[in-house]
Design a protein around this ligand. Structure first.
Ligand SMILES: Nc1ncnc2c1ncn2[C@@H]1O[C@H](COP(=O)(O)OP(=O)(O)OP(=O)(O)O)[C@@H](O)[C@H]1O
Length: 213
């Protein structure tokens, strides 16, 4: 994968994630972690090579088919993309609203999830009034609320204190236990050590650990 005419940012990368697995993605700043997550989410396209999702080659997928695939993937990217005119509760519940589920069927679950990520007191607030860490936790709640088939999270514990970081890790472990395939890019060595899950490690755009070759 490359940005514009720059040299390839990611190259010679081969790996597969088994359904229901849990991996960390590590590497120094600039190694290509965010780029790899965006490649999997099809926010960027590979300049060559092949990307398969859910058993299907998606490298040349027509853009019209993207929303259908993305609905199965929860993402926490570094830009949170919260909807500024919606409350914390409504942002978190967005994936459920899109499916036109009745609020009465999810109100309690969304409330419980927001309480778990420390936003129980801020449910009616607008995103603009949240701190960076609170916005990040709201993005996490939104990403997991519908129990996606895959969760891709970029530095999800980057802006929180150690206690909250472990709480979020428990949330990801629980989601994984319920069947979600989890891939988390992180610099948080404590979280990686505690979770004891396999790691994919990038160095300068190459996968040097955890790949197929
Ligand atoms: N939109 C972009 N346009 C051009 N180059 C980019 C763009 N985004 C990232 N890059 C470059 O691609 C390389 C990989 O960046 P990426 O953000 O994927 O790394 P990272 O491992 O996630 O870093 P960090 O830990 O700092 O978030 C870097 O050299 C970066 O400068």
């Amino acid at each position: 994968m490359r940005y514009g005419r720059a040299p390839e940012t990611l190259r010679d990368i081969g790996f597969s994630l088994a359904p229901g697995s849990f991996h960390f993605l590590t590497g120094a700043s600039g190694a290509g972690k965010s780029s790899l997550l965006k490649l999997i989410y099809l926010a960027h396209r590979a300049s060559r090579g092949r990307v398969e999702l859910f058993g299907r080659d998606v490298s040349r997928l027509p853009p019209g088919d993207l929303p259908f695939l993305r609905r199965r993937i929860g993402v926490v990217f570094q830009e949170f993309k919260l909807l500024e005119h919606l409350s914390v509760f409504d942002n978190a519940a967005l994936p459920l609203r899109i499916q036109q589920r009745k609020p009465a069927t999810y109100r309690d679950d969304v409330g419980e999830l927001l309480t778990w990520v420390g936003l129980g007191e801020r449910m009616h607030a607008l995103p603009a009034t949240l701190s960076g860490g609170e916005k990040q936790r709201l993005a996490i709640a939104r990403a997991v609320v519908d129990r996606p088939d895959v969760l891709l999270a970029d530095e999800p514990t980057g802006n929180v204190d150690p206690a909250m970081s472990l709480r979020l890790l428990r949330l990801f472990v629980e989601l994984n236990r319920l069947g979600t395939t989890v891939l988390i890019a992180t610099h948080d060595e404590e979280v990686v050590a505690r979770a004891g899950r396999p790691t994919l490690h990038l160095e300068q755009g190459r996968l040097v650990e955890g790949g197929d070759r």
